[in-house]
Design a protein around this ligand. Sequence first.
Ligand code: ATP
Ligand code: MG
Length: 501
Amino acid sequence: MIHNALLLRIRLYFCCSFNIMNLSDHLHHKVFQIIASVASEEKTPSYVIGGFVRDLLISGSSSAPKDIDIVVIGSGIEMAEKVRDAIGEEIPLSVFKNFGTAMLKWGDTEIEFVGARKESYRLDSRKPLVENGTLEDDQNRRDFTINALAISLNPGDYGELLDPFGGVKHLEEKLITTPLEPGSTFSDDPLRMLRGIRFATTLGFSIEMETLNAIHQYRQRISIVSQERISDELNKIMLALKPSKGFLLLDQTGLLEIIFPEFHQMKGVEQVNEQRHKDNFFHTLEVLDNIALKTDDLWLRWAALLHDIAKPRTRKFEPDIGWTFHAHEFIGAKMIPGIFRKMRLPLNEKMKYVQKLVQLHLRPIVLSQDIVTDAAIRRLIFDAGEDLEDLMTLCEADITSKNERTVKRHLRNFKVVRQKINELEERDSIRNFQPPISGDDIQKVFGIPPSRPVGIIKNAIKEAILDGEILNNFNAAYLRMLEEGEALGLIVHHELKREKD
Ligand code: ATP
Ligand code: MG
């Protein structure tokens, strides 16, 4: 991913200009010139630092950054106000007095200003005691060497890269490591452990050995980090090109067991009478990587991560059959609200969507193996509704056999299921099923109030349509209603006008 041309240029600069690299040609955003002129007028040195600089060096382009961090030797808030005045447009400025920071939102870019600071930490909080500091102090408090890179926005050295900890070298080596001793870095603010694993995952970097060991050593410190922050990082790991990398690192450092015990319990293989089941942890990670190739939808990816979550608790060895995981899809779906609540993930339709996919994840597989009846397909279309496509994507990702021929055979079978779905959909319009006879109609015809028989008749009509016993239209449903009513001892009170055939 690293833009080789740019890195090469940087290396040339490195050799030929006595450790001075100038990136002024790459500071395209209008705000940099404005900050530079305010900084010069006010004699307040300012630098762009952190993620913007890192990503510029990685991708070689700085077009449309989503956030830019500016550190100033002085007041960040005053600088932000002056920059807004200099821009001369009505753009929103948010001031966070308690943190000494201010944020300008200019178009789609958030520009955050902070005064350079020195930090010291207490044991029970990741909130530091803060005092004013130099640029070096500020770079010292950054989490990783690749995040401590700064570019000057000041007259005289505008565009010059300031790299006190070898961040450029670590970008080239694709290495995550801390500027100071890693143990205290992580103990001070344990969120950094997750950030490190997230950057390794999204950037495809390795974590340097001492840094990795320190994460393991200080893993218990994660307990002082809020669940929202933890889940935020997990979501970013989930959205990476290859999310398994992050979960393997979380496992390797012992963090997974603490922050996601349900998933950690999926590890391991048991053997009885020479029969082993597959390791559900590694299987799930394969499914997650498979689905990541097909979708960027965070919740579909969560469904992939959680689809087998109840396997550890349903695992049983049955001598005649082997290993079974009876009803793991139902029990798994039941576990989702508890997991979402604990993880502070949304308890809304996103959660219901994940639940639904977990619950239905075996249905297409069953259909692809048996002789497929129309009724079974119709039921799947009805139960999955608008999420049917996503369910099929999940099921296809769930095929993880080492045997390529088995994989191909399953995928072919799924193609047949998809074809059948399309055929039936054209004919029966089941996906957004609206009952052709309403509860009101039933009450009117039999002259009864809202009551149990109304529900029984309505359900019988729906079942008959899904089983293919009757067509999905008013007349067929009307006749079935009369039969069901008669069976319940109801008498027709009022005829409804039938539709023309
Ligand atoms: P991205 O925006 O892509 O998530 P980023 O590195 O820009 O990555 P931000 O949260 O925007 O992350 O933070 C901006 C900068 O602030 C970082 O690059 C880093 O220098 C510093 N930083 C953020 N969080 C921490 C932390 N917990 N400890 C130390 N430094 C941090
Ligand atoms: Mg950022």
